[in-house]
Design a protein around this ligand. Structure first.
Ligand code: EPU
Length: 417
């Protein structure tokens, strides 16, 4: 199994270009199930999760062709409505085919996603939302089955804002009869990107980016050409890495408007941040100041950046309180950072106290999930000695060519087999 080996101590410098966003691409690719015809995507990242959703849609009968960052999906001939366990278990986001399948074919059978390293991650709100649109839902033998001759527009209130839940219902409601209003909807940039792509296909969605989204159902959607937005979490990861190493890097092809929460916190640590329309320069400082973090739904500080900030706070001057309020088990990386000499205690389950230390030491460590792997890379970049990170298949789910990008920024990093 591949490992990443890093010899720490080099300041990052130079330029890096951000890839298309995994979490925007996944619902967009699923949305092609709503269209009888071809949908062309550009700026598609080359990631394991993208290959997983493509494989899932191909299994349903979609025809896909990809070439250098573009992906053409043709779901005209989809003739299967069952997303099988063997494919869904690879990636929880496979649940995103549920809404489109039931909306277009009146019937969907999707394996219930199983356990997850970062929390329980139920899909009850996806199901309650589809029920509100008139679908009958049953759970049998590990599969969710949804049926509706035609979905009917309705109001639905999310108990808690859910990103993929909002996306599933928004996609389903595009082909429903009448108007759907989603309240307490998620507001992430990926939701806005999906709504604007669906509108390009002929949907009538308004209010995206706010907590109330209105969808007027239409009879069908049409082919379109869609560019995937830049990955805000990849952007944030490079920003934190630059700050942690005291480097000076220019991040191109990103959208600074999507990362206000990250910029705000990094500035408070002492880093200098200069933004333009689609680039960010990060200049690290001599002594990183400690800051407190609380993860929140967008536009708050993203849970997907919590692990990377914990690595940064490990070498800050002072104490930092990190509160994870989205997922109940998202501190597994803390135990690996401890092995590298960090001083972290988890208090009360969802709160971590990080007491900054002078330096981290290299150690063999293990990635437990996608963002945990990014935090270990950052720790490895600053640690004294050579760190080996195992289980990097987690990282390959969501970071395109990460070792190549860090290597171009001057890091001593390589993949070993
Ligand atoms: N929740 C429910 N019921 C539901 C759905 C969600 O209680 O039916 C709860 C969850 O348990 C959680 C909270 O709502 O406590 C928010 O979860 P959400 O549904 O928003 O998460 P998600 O849609 O499953 C997406 C991203 C995650 C990211 C979260 C939060 C995709 C494909 N995944 O997951 O990304 O952490 O939103 O921002 O968009 C990652 O990229 O590493 C990753 C985990």
């Amino acid at each position: 199994m591949d490992k990443i080996q890093i010899t720490g101590g080099r300041k990052l410098h130079g330029e890096v270009t951000i890839s298309g966003a995994k979490n925007a691409a996944l619902p967009l690719i699923a949305s092609s199930l709503l269209v009888k015809g071809k949908v062309l995507f550009s700026n598609v990242p080359d990631l394991r999760d993208i290959r997983s959703i493509k494989e899932l849609l191909e299994d349903l009968g979609a025809r896909c062709s990809c070439e250098a960052g573009t992906l053409e999906m043709d779901c005209s001939h989809v003739d299967k409505i069952e997303a099988e366990y063997e494919l869904v278990r690879k990636m929880r986001a496979s649940i995103l085919v549920l809404g489109p399948l039931v909306a277009r074919f009146g019937h969907a059978k999707v394996s219930l996603p199983g356990g997850c390293a970062i929390g329980a991650r139920p899909v009850n709100l996806h199901l309650a939302g589809l029920e509100a649109l008139g679908a009958s839902i049953s759970l049998e033998h590990g599969y969710i089955e949804a049926r509706a001759d035609r979905l009917i527009g309705n109001e639905f209130y999310f108990d808690t804002p859910t990103v993929t839940g909002t996306e599933n219902l928004m996609m389903a409601a595009t082909l429903a009869k009448g108007t759907t209003v989603l309240r307490n909807a998620a507001r992430e940039p990926e939701i806005v990107a999906l709504a604007s792509a669906l509108n390009q296909m002929g949907a009538k969605i308004s209010g995206e980016g706010s907590s109330v989204i209105t969808i007027e159902g239409v009879d069908q959607l049409s082919p379109a050409s869609i560019r995937i937005i830049p990955d805000r979490i990849e952007t944030g990861t490079f920003m934190v890495a630059a700050a942690a190493t005291g480097g000076n890097i220019l991040i191109n092809g990103c959208d600074p408007e999507h990362i206000g929460g990250i910029i705000n916190k990094l500035k408070a640590t002492g880093a200098r941040i200069e933004t333009s329309k689609d680039s960010i320069r990060v200049i690290g400082c001599e002594q990183i100041k400690s800051v407190d973090i609380k993860t929140l739904p967008y536009p708050g500080f993203p849970t997907d950046m919590q692990a990377q900030f914990m690595a940064l706070m490990s070498i800050a001057d002072g104490n930092s309180v990190i509160h994870e309020s989205i997922f109940e088990n998202r501190f597994v990386h803390a135990n690996e950072l401890l092995r590298m000499g960090a001083n972290i205690s988890i208090t009360g389950g969802n709160t971590a106290m990080v007491r900054g230390v002078k330096e981290l030491q290299a150690a063999p460590v293990m990635a437990s999930d996608l963002r945990a792997s990014a935090s270990l890379v950052i720790a490895g970049l600053v640690a004294k000695g050579t760190t080996q990170i195992s289980r990097v298949y987690h990282m390959d789910r969501g970071y395109e060519a990460i070792e190549k990008k860090f290597s171009l920024l001057g890091a001593d990093i390589q993949r070993i087999r």
